[in-house]
Write a protein that binds this ligand. Structure first.
Ligand code: AMP
Length: 216
């Protein structure tokens, strides 16, 4: 299963990728997570991309492609993967296709999580994270104790690029640079629209049903 999750920031790509990764037994590959881990560790890559992420802009295509090529070459991706946050531009998509074609492979399905901008802004502004990787929402998925992770008791935090001004830039960047991918994959007959509004678990069930109907 080689799958791409497409959609604006905050559409639920990360949550769905986590659930689908467990259900389908393929790794979740998130470029955003890779960049954030490098920023946290203070690596050369992290230092290079920190300002870009904070501004809500895109890392240069060649760099994003190199990171993904390296990740997909690992043994755990041999039987498939779920890409979350990549590709984000047409050149990235073209290079991904070329990379897979060299091994006689192709993307099986692109799930496009559809979610209006107003819902995105409300979702992202309520998003709270734990360093263990769990995600909460102030109203949609609150922790049992405000501000504290249910699992490890650590204090939740707001992602640096979830601040409102940055969210608006990220949405603009999405519409300008990433949205054209919808037509790109529709043309290849790989696109499948998914309603991104609703409970995370319900959306996962609906996606799994759709994949089954598609014979994937
Ligand atoms: P995400 O966690 O997917 O929302 O990504 C967070 C940030 O990482 C984005 O706003 C970009 O700055 C950067 N980023 C992630 N994936 C890519 C990509 N494929 N191309 C360029 N920049 C990316």
């Amino acid at each position: 299963m080689r799958m791409i999750l497409l959609g604006p920031p905050g559409a639920g790509k990360g949550s769905q990728a986590q659930n689908l990764s467990v259900a389908l037994c393929v790794p979740h590959v998130s470029t955003g997570d890779i960049f954030r881990a490098n920023i946290k560790e203070g690596t050369a890559l992290g230092i290079r991309v920190k300002g870009i992420l904070t501004a809500g802009e895109l890392v240069p295509d060649d760099l994003a492609v190199r990171i993904v090529a390296d990740r997909l070459s690992k043994a755990d991706c041999a039987n498939g993967f779920i890409l979350d946050g990549f590709p984000r531009t047409i050149p990235q998509a073209e290079q991904l296709d070329a990379m897979l074609a060299r091994d006689g492979k192709a993307i099986d399905v692109v799930l496009n999580l559809v979610c209006p901008d107003e819902v995105i802004i409300s979702r992202i502004s309520g998003r709270r994270l734990c360093c263990c990787g769990r995600t909460y929402h102030l109203t949609g998925n609150p922790p049992k104790v405000a501000g504290i992770c249910d699992f490890d008791g650590k204090t939740l935090y707001v992602r640096e690029d979830d601040k409102e001004e940055t969210v608006r830039t990220r949405l603009e960047t999405y519409h300008r640079q990433t949205e054209p991918l919808i037509a790109y994959y529709a043309q290849k007959d790989a696109l499948c629209d998914v309603d991104g509004e609703g409970a995370i678990a319900d959306i996962t069930v609906s996606i799994l049903g759709t994949l089954e109907k598609m014979g994937l």
